[in-house]
Design a protein around this ligand. Structure first.
Ligand code: ADP
Length: 598
């Protein structure tokens, strides 16, 4: 926290600490001055004369308190400068570190979990911790100052003061530790409760939860978890209360001893009456500083949990970035001949088996490759490897003979346009949803934009929007619009076409599309063939007839390959899938009374 505060503003951080020191020092000085004035006045018979004589000293005391007040105001201003800055810096560092990570890191459950915790809790915790740290620092300095005032009056009194504040200080720290370990232990329970609460309160699952009438079942589970958490919290609260009571009782005894000692010292003439009055003020001030320090310590314990998470995530992200940088890779060649996949195997982090095994294939430039297979056979994984989003565990992917492992991944991705299975609904305007395909462009290419909108069917989506291409596609803002899944997919297709990349990868691009839009997309893909390399994943086998090469995957392996006719004649896996689909289509057609067609 201190590191980030320093980076945010070394001046504000130094001013904050310096002013707190000044504030505590002048308060202590003022208190000692007050003790002297009081002693003088009380010990003299000519009270009026003594009062007049003490006026300059009283003015100094008043000046001290005014200065202490000013220093506190200055310290608060420095704190107001620091807290938002620390939050901004912390979030900026987190977002930058995340933007630099690879897709595979998001599949690593531990890393992703750390990212979510750092993002959702860590950043705010740092902002709060900086304020709490400043207040803890102020309270501790003030405690020290009051201790030194008491010590100046009589060393024995310092011991008495310690006896009166230390036990309750210990109790507070102990209670805070208990709270901290409880938060650590109940983290999974809290997360579970959060998931159930989100299912019941968020927009996305609202339709499905209601259509399955699952509210009561979810509510029941939510209440079970919430009640368990409540029981743990109540138990903790009671135990903390015991510790606190014990500490306070000991402190009470310490206070009684301190007051008794003070009376004895005054009677013995070891401490002046004015000093005793100052001692009383110092004890009260020390106790309130201690209460403040203890409270801040409590809050800091809680924040430290999330600040630690934040730090751990940053270190891990940095280590991964360094490891990637250490490879010091050159740019990939501009694809002119072929993509070759040689003996590639791939396994997701934390998985027991490979998602892809021993994949060998060659995709000449300008040809259409279709990936076919049942759900979970590895098609999307292979598409992501080809898109340079994952690196193979074993084997190589080569572009014009150059191993992509030896090249900068961004230089590969800049030559690829991807329509993923679940495309992103970018919360931008409709037009920007397409032009983000070329993020480096300062002004969109209007002609090409119109062309791709027509080719993908996005033109009719845009025409239906209140502000056309300038309509914001996010329901969360006033005037924002929401699209249907199929309409979003048309935009995704337009975005990929707009990118004008030599390699186009489409992962089931037409699944949510209506018949007209689907026909448009396949028309566009047919037109692209010859110029661009197209890698197409689809379950509509009729639409892969045009492919130059069809790869059939099963359990992560290539089980068949060839052109449509060859595979149908081979009477293997593909032929079986094709026949199944044809019979399904015939059934549907006969129900509808139309001749079967595929
Ligand atoms: P397909 O596209 O053919 O339906 P995928 O390539 O998506 O299949 O998945 C292949 C296998 O990899 C499946 O067994 C799936 O469970 C697993 N898998 C897919 N994505 C992930 C992931 N992000 N993390 C772990 N395993 C995954």
């Amino acid at each position: 926290t201190v590191g980030i505060a320093w980076r945010c503003s070394p001046i504000a951080t130094s001013v904050l600490v310096a002013l707190q020191l000044v504030s505590a020092a002048v308060t202590a000085f003022g208190l000692l001055g007050f003790a002297q004035v009081l002693t003088g006045v009380l010990e003299s018979t000519d009270t009026t004369g003594q009062l007049l004589a003490a006026l300059p000293a009283l003015a100094t005391v008043a000046g001290c308190y005014a200065l202490a007040g000013l220093a506190t105001v200055g310290a608060d201003a420095a704190q107001a400068r620091l807290a938002p800055g620390v939050r901004r810096l912390a979030e900026d560092a987190l977002v930058t570190a995340t933007a630099d990570t690879e897709l595979i890191d998001f599949d690593d459950a531990g890393f992703y979990d750390a990212l979510v915790r750092a993002r959702d809790r860590g950043v705010d915790a740092l902002g709060r911790a900086v304020i709490q740290l400043a207040r803890l620092c102020a309270a501790s300095i003030s405690l020290l100052a009051m201790g030194s005032v008491v010590g100046t009056l009589h060393p024995l009194l310092l011991l008495a003061l310690l006896a009166s504040v230390l036990p309750s200080g210990w109790a507070t720290v102990r209670a805070a530790r208990m709270g901290y370990s409880m938060v650590l232990r109940t983290m999974p329970t809290r997360r579970r409760m959060g998931q159930l609460r989100d299912l019941l309160t968020e927009r996305e699952p609202a339709a499905e939860v209601r259509s399955y009438t699952a509210q009561a079942a979810l509510l029941g589970r939510y209440r079970d978890v919430a009640a368990r958490l409540e029981r743990i919290e109540v138990r903790l609260g009671l135990r903390q209360n015991w510790v606190d009571t014990f500490g306070r009782s000991l402190s009470g005894v310490g206070m009684a001893v301190a007051y008794g000692l003070l009376v004895w010292l005054v009677m013995a003439g070891a401490v002046a009456v004015g000093g005793a009055a100052a001692m009383l003020v110092a004890i009260q001030a020390a106790r309130s500083s201690l209460a403040q320090a203890a409270y801040m310590m409590n809050l800091l314990y809680e924040q430290s949990l999330y600040v630690k998470d934040y730090g751990a995530f940053r270190r891990e992200a940095e280590a991964r970035r360094r490891a990637a940088q250490a490879r010091a890779l050159g740019p990939a060649p501009v694809l002119s001949r072929s993509i070759e996949v040689c003996g590639v195997s791939f396994r997701y982090p934390g998985a027991d088996v490979d998602a892809l095994r021993d994949i060998d294939l060659t995709i000449p430039r300008g040809k259409v490759l279709a990936l076919v297979g049942e759900n979970g056979s590895g098609k999307s994984t292979l598409a992501k490897l080809l898109a340079g989003l994952y690196r193979p565990r074993v084997g190589t992917i080569r572009w014009d003979g150059v191993d992509l492992a030896m090249t900068d991944p961004d230089s590969v991705r800049s030559q690829i346009a991807l329509v993923p299975q679940r495309s992103t609904n970018w919360p931008l305007t409709a037009e920007q949803n397409i032009t983000i395909g070329r993020p480096y462009e300062s002004e969109p290419d209007r002609d090409r934009l119109a062309e791709v909108a027509a080719e993908s069917g996005a033109d009719s989506v845009i025409a239906g929007l209140s502000a056309g291409g300038d309509t914001l596609l996010s329901k969360e803002f006033r005037g924002g619009a929401e699209l249907s899944t199929g309409q979003w997919q048309r935009l995704a297709m337009a975005r990929a076409l707009y990118r004008d990349a030599p390699v186009l990868i489409c992962d089931e691009p037409t699944a949510p599309l209506d018949a007209r839009a689907e026909a448009l997309v396949y028309d566009a893909l047919r037109r692209l063939a010859g110029g661009r390399t197209v890698i197409l994943i689809t379950h509509r086998l009729a639409s892969v007839r045009m492919a130059d090469q069809i790869i059939v995957l099963a359990d992560g392996r290539i089980v068949e390959r060839g052109r449509h006719e060859e595979l149908v004649n081979a009477a293997g896996h593909y032929a079986e899938l094709y026949a199944l689909q044809a019979s399904l289509s015939a059934d549907v057609a006969s129900v509808a009374g139309a001749p079967p067609s595929l």
